[in-house]
Design a protein around this ligand. Structure first.
Ligand code: HEM
Length: 419
């Protein structure tokens, strides 16, 4: 743990398969504690479940104010787009409800059959390419190969590059109505989610390039997908969005649909690959999958940053007085491992039926509108993984899986697998 003065620096770790030991300790000993952020600002880190839930629901803690550059910041190189701007613009144009509906369980832009088909195709391609070659040269990237114990005569794939990233990209392109042939390129845009030291001057250039690509697509957008629908309705809005605003909304929604879903699916794939007994049970008992998924949402460590708020007035959170203008960082990952709420919280137990819900999708007025959709789509993708790759297993020791550093959503560099 690095310390600035006597205050710890947050974040502590970029591994998604284990909670940073500092977070585990704070949850129990100091559920609301002082930290210094990547931007060098002081803030309150909320790790305890009760305090995190309270903070997420507290109207005195503002999400809008985090966009104010005069307020303490979590990161010095914040991207030019934010959820704050997206939701505010949609609300002003009277399109928020339509947008929320279009990310909900009853959206009509992409069916679950199609989501399954995308997963099946990716996995069949992965296994076919490596089976034909007898090794991974034509498929998994160099890192995966270098990372795996040498055994060139058996199959080797990479659940990040061959499955999780292209799946999330393709599904989101079809949900939003973006050109599907762009999906492979867009999968690489995960880098837009870098923070901290990795988020150097290139990040701003990357966002600018991405905006320019979306400018072209939104110029030619038809009526397909959620973006097509929003563009159509925008024409009859009393307060229509400008073209530039539509472009920014489109890019932000794409990054939302790529980042968390890819990171979560990759982590689920890693868990199944390193625990063939668990995978076998889920094949034998398909009805256990929804419960397993819910436990994976709880147990997973997904965030390289936090859910940030600024106190607009003095508030007491978890017994600590937070003054107006102070930064509050909520760690969902830590709260979901609070032993006061979840017994033996570090154990992944798919039979667990907790009395309190996990906070993976937030809480209160900003609760993720795509929560139910992501549940359904991820379940379908995992069924595809279980069915299509029956002998799935991790090709390296679990502690040799390398994680990308400095990303807002955690993702391994590669997940080398065999079957
Ligand atoms: C594993 C998948 C996902 C996770 C874990 C996740 C998590 C979250 C969380 C924690 C929030 C609350 C943020 C806050 O309180 O400030 C949120 C909000 C949001 N999410 Fe998700 N999300 C996921 C998938 C998606 C997808 C697929 C989309 C869009 C295609 C999406 C779009 C949004 C939007 C637009 C909001 C803002 C809602 C509002 O402020 O009213 N999310 N998400």
């Amino acid at each position: 743990m690095s310390v600035v003065g006597d205050i710890p620096h947050y974040p502590f770790s970029f591994r998604g398969d284990a909670l940073a030991s500092e977070l585990g300790r704070f949850v129990v000993e100091e559920p609301v504690t002082r930290v210094v952020t990547n931007a060098g600002a002081r803030g309150w880190l909320v790790t305890g479940y009760a305090a995190a839930r309270e903070a997420l629901k507290d109207p005195r803690l503002s999400r809008g104010l985090i966009a104010d550059p005069d307020m303490p910041q979590e990161d010095s190189s914040a991207p030019p787009l934010s959820v704050v701007g997206t939701m505010t613009m949609l609300r002003r144009a009277g399109l928020r409800d339509e947008a929320v509906k279009g990310m909900g369980p009853r959206q009509t832009h992409i069916s679950l059959e199609r989501v399954r088909d995308i997963a099946d195709t990716l996995l069949t391609t992965m296994t076919a390419a490596t089976n034909t070659n007898g090794n991974a040269d034509g498929n998994a990237n160099g890192d995966a190969v270098g990372n795996a114990e040498a055994d060139a005569d058996t199959e080797l794939g990479d659940l990040v590059a061959d499955f999780a990233l292209p799946w999330a990209s393709q599904v989101t392109c079809e949900l939003l109505g973006l050109p599907t042939e762009a999906a492979p390129e867009l999968a690489g845009w995960f880098r837009l989610l870098s923070t901290g030291e990795a988020a150097d001057a290139n990040l701003f250039a990357d966002w600018t390039k991405a905006l320019s690509r979306f400018d072209d697509w939104m110029t030619g957008i038809g009526t397909e997908g959620l973006l097509g629908r929003l563009a159509l309705l925008n024409r009859s809005s009393d307060h229509p969005l400008s073209h530039q605003e539509l472009v920014e909304i489109a890019l932000f929604l794409f990054v939302s649909g790529l980042g968390n879903p890819a990171g979560f699916l990759a982590l689920c794939g890693l868990v199944l690959a390193r625990d063939p007994e668990l995978a076998a049970r889920l094949r034998r008992e398909p009805r256990a999958l929804p419960g397993a998924l819910e436990e994976l949402y709880r147990w997973s460590v997904m965030l390289g940053d936090s859910i940030a708020r600024i106190a607009r007035e003095e508030a007491e959170i978890g017994g600590v007085r937070v003054r107006a203008g102070e930064l509050v960082l909520i760690s969902i990952d830590a709260a979901n491992r609070d032993p006061a709420v979840f017994e033996s919280p570090d154990r992944l137990d798919i039979d667990r039926r907790p009395s309190s819900p996990h906070l993976r999708f937030g809480q209160g007025r900003h609760f993720c509108p795509a929560a139910a959709l992501n549940r359904a789509q991820t379940e379908v993708a995992l069924r595809s993984l279980l069915d299509t790759v029956p002998g799935l297993r991790l090709a390296v020791a679990p502690d040799r899986v390398r994680w990308r550093q400095d990303h807002a959503v955690l993702l391994p560099e590669t997940i080398p697998v065999r079957w």
